[in-house]
Design a protein around this ligand. Structure first.
Ligand code: ADP
Length: 271
């Protein structure tokens, strides 16, 4: 039966005696699937009306010179809020896709240096003039077997967070390095930092360290949830190190087997 999901647990009692508990979790699985489908469908359905509203707002904004200032202000607010809603819907759709689609077939060889340079350009653009110093630090060139769009979205989210949560003028480092067992791509900032007790919960949807402040930064609250899913698709994990007022490092850690053509001579300790 394709719809039957079973969970089992085996415990051993003394010599040769076992207890096997089998649970039918089909209902839980089905509800979970319905939840994912629902979020995906709602997000999709919201996209069209929102595009129409944004279109009209843009027209109004282009012709607002003759309107009273209070109207101009209202139109500006509506534009920025509808833009935020669009970002939220896009992130919800990305998350649904990550949860439901099997993207293994989309794996290619991803040149991490080129990808980090691209992220640097995007992040510098977001930061604006007199903004952050975004630096790419390739300690070891890496070509990773993975889904390009997913990895791009994962690293963009980390880089954009680094910008949002650190002061203008500070350094942001996009680094690639390897150890004997791991390929690491990390984003380091010298920003506000995160208190240790928040760290285990950061990848939950809509979890925010400080709600009011985070809402002003333009994030959707879904960035790190997306990062977590992308890494799970790549047998990777997220490691977070952070100190209040000193900064944070978000490291995407992959097993070394994910590196393409990792000939022995290119690994550390073998030169
Ligand atoms: P958001 O869209 O709110 O940034 P995320 O899922 O990307 O949502 O991040 C969750 C929360 O983690 C943020 O609201 C913020 O409080 C905290 N956070 C993420 N990245 C950083 C960082 N580089 N420095 C400090 N806090 C961060």
């Amino acid at each position: 039966d394709a719809d039957l999901f079973l969970n089992y647990q085996v415990s051993q009692f003394g010599q040769g005696e076992y207890l096997v508990v089998v649970r039918d979790v089909s209902r839980v699985q089905k509800l979970e699937q319905m939840r994912k489908d629902f979020i995906g469908n709602v997000s999709h359905e919201l996209r069209t009306p929102l595009t129409v509203v944004r279109g009209y707002l843009e027209t109004m904004s282009d012709n607002s010179d003759s309107l009273p200032p209070v109207w101009q202000k209202a139109i500006g607010q509506m534009e920025s809020q509808s833009k935020r809603m669009t970002l939220l819907i896009e992130d919800l759709l990305t998350l649904t896709r990550l949860e439901t689609e099997d993207t293994d077939y989309k794996q290619t060889d991803v040149d991490v240096t080129a990808l980090l340079n691209l992220i640097k350009t995007d992040a510098t653009g977001l930061s604006g003039e007199d903004g952050h110093q975004v630096v790419v630090d390739i300690q070891h060139p890496i070509t990773l077997k993975g889904v390009y769009e997913e990895l791009r979205s994962c690293l963009s989210n980390l880089a954009f967070n680094a910008i949002r949560y650190s002061p203008p003028g500070s350094d942001i480092i996009l680094r690639a390095r390897i150890t004997d067992e791991e390929a690491i791509i990390e984003v380091q900032d010298h920003g506000i930092g995160i208190d240790a007790h928040h760290i285990p919960r950061l990848t939950e949807r809509f979890y925010r360290v400080e709600k009011s402040r985070s809402l002003d930064t333009g994030g959707t609250g879904l960035g790190l949830a997306i990062v977590k899913h992308v890494l799970a698709h790549h047998q990777g994990q997220l490691r977070i190190e952070s100190r209040i007022n000193q900064g944070s490092t978000f490291a995407c850690v992959f097993p070394i087997s994910r590196i393409v053509d990792s000939t022995a001579s290119s690994l550390p300790g073998t030169e």
